[in-house]
Design a protein around this ligand. Structure first.
Ligand code: ANZ
Ligand code: ZN
Length: 862
């Protein structure tokens, strides 16, 4: 006698133990099978798993289990992206060592992930903060260095003078450090760079082969790489001037007759040299430098300019002089660091020209509008005929571009030029919790790589975080080492690598983990490219571009044979929840005015309540604390700041892993957001119980008659679910399983029902693995269902052998009949005429004519 109910708490544990003790998910179990590498972006060990992780890992798990059942050797690993700032912040705030904090978080999150019953090969688990991992990373860095793909150069960085560190552009908010709040300075520092720009063309061209990637991600990468074709040319100062020409880059040489000024970046050598004798210009430049280096910030910031009083000659008309300005929106590190402004056809130039009352000349007709005098505050950037431009008049924009470039090249004052937005990747971080850059600075030998047999360069444990700056730099002994080349006293590099380096090759290390090398070449060849990669779209650019770059760079230096790491990419939607406004919290005020920080009011208590701090009654929501009614806020991505999070552990305790997994797959298409609801998870739990009842209902005596309709329904479900999982349309697969369950619930005992039930349980095994194993065991099947073969649909049972025929009288649809497919005309006509509705309409008369289209319709003409 089986239990009336499926008990997830007992079953989850039992099957997780069974999978572990039989090494069910070891990637090396089936060396003879074709490989399938299923990977979800590895988590940052922040402390606890959130629902976004649960959704991500459940999807990957369904694919991994499905691949195993369809005869693949599956690599489905898990690891930890374990370096980075939050660990150092925790160290500063709570006085814990970043390593201890990280490892505790890993332990907690590993335990949580295991409760989901993921089919992971835990023997390959890695953490990027392990010296075994980052030591190999250091070796790869040295290989890239030897190949000339690493450089050290001066560059402008965002410098936080309080935290004494370089900040990424995203960490500068309104010109201040995100953590310290200090005003950010632009500083020139010597930094390590990886030469990703050497691969710009390849990385761009390679996108066209990535047919398994979402178009939006490819487009974002394309824009980020930013290939621009245009003209580079020089503006000369009038004859007699000793000043050097100003080189500019433009993508719109067709607008050259619409030029109204020339502008250089504050860091342009011309601006710098002029500022030596112009204190006002010097202070203008200093003001520009006080803001961050982020493009987005510069694009939206107010346009500022300084008129140098100089002017240059127009290349096509030496009598036409253009004023030279220094402006804040031109960057030194793009193009040549100087532009000509054409306000009528560039919004930034127009904003600038209107502010400083510079001329605005139309040179591209906007429909009928062709007047040289341009009005309004919106630049015209569309296509059109060139106007007010001498020999270019009447040409299209493209034709005029080509004409000017040809003329410039023929006359020798300019050349056609390709410019890239992509910059070399600055990987230096003045932080402790990262991979030490494995070089030594020696006064006599310069920069000396640490010999490979001395790797890993291990982080010292005894560091302090009680004051700002880089703990590696101020450590009393760590950096003092003899030079590996001459043996004289020298200094270790104290910069560590950007954490994006850690995630740029972890997928290679998962494929094999030798101790004496980063990976085995043949294992990389066996497993890569990743068959299915899944993660958040927030990684569309940086992580995915860096990983593509590393893969190509390692291929170029001959370490691996694969060029693209991820054959198929899927970016899943977010998990969302209602927000609840705390009725018992109020803004802190002074004299009735709320106190704000960065524009946000400060509250007494949190302004939000979490889902378990509220009660739902009679369609309303109340605070559990005060019983006051709660205003329900917007549905938003689950986040700590809005407190609208649901803890996966608590949900698993209550409903079991399978119900949570089922919820993650149901309802929403996987690329869309998924709204978490209490009623939704309850519904999933009830469905798990229903499947248990269906599967454990008494079986028929063997050998009974077959139920053809049920056989067909079951095989159609196999075909449908298989196609849906292949397309990652998990919600559609779920819907098909619901309808088969409905049919089975009503079916009388028969051999067909037993077979269809078995099929259904196999089909849900990747999604509800604990329930499926429990049923499998109850049935006395041998082995684990995780190892069972995926059902195959019988093509004969997929054939649609009934069709619906429309019956029309005088062209008007009157009714339909269902008949065997392929029925001949005479039989169809007879059936139609015998139909009750038709008989009534005929009223004893005989039809003039009957038109029959087999398998489609019968039309009766009276
Ligand atoms: C004249 C012009 C006329 C431009 C016009 C645009 C429109 P993309 O496509 O992004 O490559 N530019 C060039 N160097 C710059 C720099 N260092 N900082 C800021 N802006 C710069 O953009 C190229 C265009 O951006 C160039 O074409 C230049 O302005 C500007 F109707 O030249 B254009
Ligand atoms: Zn030396």
């Amino acid at each position: 006698m089986t239990d009336q109910r499926f008990n997830p708490l007992a079953a989850d544990r039992r099957w997780q133990d069974a999978w572990a003790s039989t090494d069910s998910f070891r990637a090396d179990r089936h060396p003879d099978r074709p490989a399938a590498y299923v990977l979800e972006m590895f988590p940052y060990p922040s402390g606890r798993i959130h629902m976004g992780h649960v959704r991500n890992y459940t999807m990957g798990d369904v694919i991994a289990r499905y691949k195993a059942m369809t005869g693949h050797a599956v690599l489905h690993p898990m690891g930890w992206d374990a370096f980075g700032m939050p660990a150092e912040n925790a160290a500063m705030e709570n006085n814990v060592h970043p390593g201890d904090w990280t490892r505790q978080n890993i332990a907690a999150m590993r335990a949580q992930l295991k409760r989901l019953g993921l089919a992971i090969d835990w023997s390959r688990e890695l953490a990027t903060c392990d010296p075994e991992y980052y030591g190999h990373e250091q070796a790869l860095f040295l290989d890239l260095m030897a190949a000339g793909l690493v450089t050290r150069k001066e560059s402008y960085v965002n410098w936080d003078p309080v935290d004494m560190t370089v900040l990424a552009n995203e960490q500068v908010i309104d010109g201040r450090g995100w953590r310290s709040g200090a005003v950010i300075e632009r500083r020139k520092l010597s930094q390590w760079f990886l030469k990703i720009t050497d691969f710009a063309e390849e990385l761009l061209d390679g996108l066209s082969d990535l047919s398994g990637w979402p178009d939006k991600v490819k487009l974002m990468q394309e824009n980020w790489i930013g290939k621009s074709q245009g003209l580079e040319f020089r503006f000369a100062f009038p004859a007699g001037s000793a000043m050097e020409d100003v080189a500019v880059f433009t993508t719109r040489p067709d607008t050259l007759f619409g030029a109204s000024f020339v502008a250089v970046a504050p860091d342009h050598p011309l601006a710098e040299s002029l500022s030596a004798n112009a204190p006002e210009l010097a202070s203008f430049i200093a003001r520009c430098r006080a803001s961050g280096t982020a493009q987005a910030e510069l694009d939206t910031a107010e346009k500022l300019g300084f008129d140098t009083g100089l002017s240059v000659e127009h290349p096509l008309d030496p009598n036409w002089h253009l004023p030279v300005w220094v402006v804040n929106y031109v960057l030194m590190d793009y193009g040549t660091g100087a532009i000509f402004g054409c306000p009528a056809h560039d919004q930034r130039d127009l904003d600038f020209a209107r502010k400083y009352a510079l001329p605005v000349i139309r040179v591209v007709a906007d429909g009928e509008a062709s007047d040289a005098h341009f009005t309004g505050d919106t630049a015209y950037v569309g296509p059109g005929a060139i106007v007010n431009s001498h020999f270019l008049n009447g040409m299209s924009v493209d034709a005029a571009k080509a004409a000017i470039i040809a003329k410039a090249e023929a006359e020798g004052w300019g050349t056609s030029k390709t410019t890239w937005r992509l910059r070399d990747w600055g990987v230096s971080r003045q932080r402790y919790w990262g991979t030490p850059i494995p070089v030594v600075h020696c006064d006599s030998c310069g920069i000396v790589p640490v010999p490979k047999d001395q790797l890993p360069v291990v982080l010292p444990e005894d560091v302090t975080f009680d004051f700002p700056g880089n703990p590696l730099d101020r450590h009393p002994s760590w950096k003092h080492v003899p030079c590996p080349q001459c043996g004289e006293p020298a200094r270790r590099e104290t910069d560590t690598l950007d954490t994006f380096v850690n995630s740029s090759w972890y997928f290679l290390r998962f494929a094999s983990q030798p101790s004496d090398a980063p990976f085995k070449r043949d294992e990389v060849a066996r497993w890569l490219p990743v068959s299915q990669y899944i993660g958040g779209v927030e990684h569309a650019i940086l992580h995915l571009l860096y990983a593509r770059f590393w893969t190509r760079a390692l291929a170029k230096i001959g370490l691996i044979d694969v060029k693209e790491p991820f054959a198929n990419l899927f970016t899943q939607g977010m998990v969302t929840h209602e927000t609840y406004k705390n009725p018992d919290s109020s803004p802190i005020t002074i004299n009735g005015d709320p106190i704000t920080i960065n524009g946000d009011p400060i509250f007494i208590g949190s302004p939000w309540l979490s889902p378990d701090e509220v009660d739902h009654r009679d369609g309303k929501v109340f605070s559990k604390v005060s019983d006051a009614e709660v205003e329900v806020g917007r549905i938003e991505k689950m986040s700590k700041s809005k407190k609208n999070v649901v803890d996966p552990d608590a949900i698993i305790d209550q409903y079991g892993a399978d119900a949570v997994r089922w919820f993650m797959l149901s309802d929403s298409p996987p690329e869309r957001d998924l709204l978490w609801s209490e009623s939704g998870i309850e519904g999933c739990w009830r469905f798990v119980q229903r499947l248990w009842r269906i599967a454990t209902a008494p079986r028929s005596a063997r050998g009974g008659a077959r139920d053809l309709a049920l056989d067909k329904a079951a095989h159609k479900t196999i075909a449908g679910v298989t196609a849906d999982i292949d397309a990652l349309a998990f919600n559609k697969a779920v819907a098909k399983i619901y309808s088969l369950a409905n049919i089975l619930e009503k079916a009388a005992p028969s051999a067909s029902r037993d077979d269809a039930t078995r099929i259904m349980v196999l089909l849900v095994a990747p999604m509800l693995p604990h329930l499926a194993e429990e049923i499998w065991g109850t049935w006395g099947e041998t082995g684990l269902i995780a190892d069972a073969p995926w059902p195959v649909a019988d093509p004969a049972l997929l054939v649609e052998d009934e069709v619906t025929i429309a019956i029309q009288v005088m062209g008007k649809l009157r009714c339909t009949i269902t008949v065997a497919k392929g029925m001949d005309k005479a039989a169809l006509e007879a059936l139609a005429l015998a139909n009750d509705t038709v008989q009534r309409l005929l009223n004893g008369a005989s039809p003039k004519r009957v038109v029959v289209v087999p398998d489609r319709l019968v039309n009766i003409v009276l």
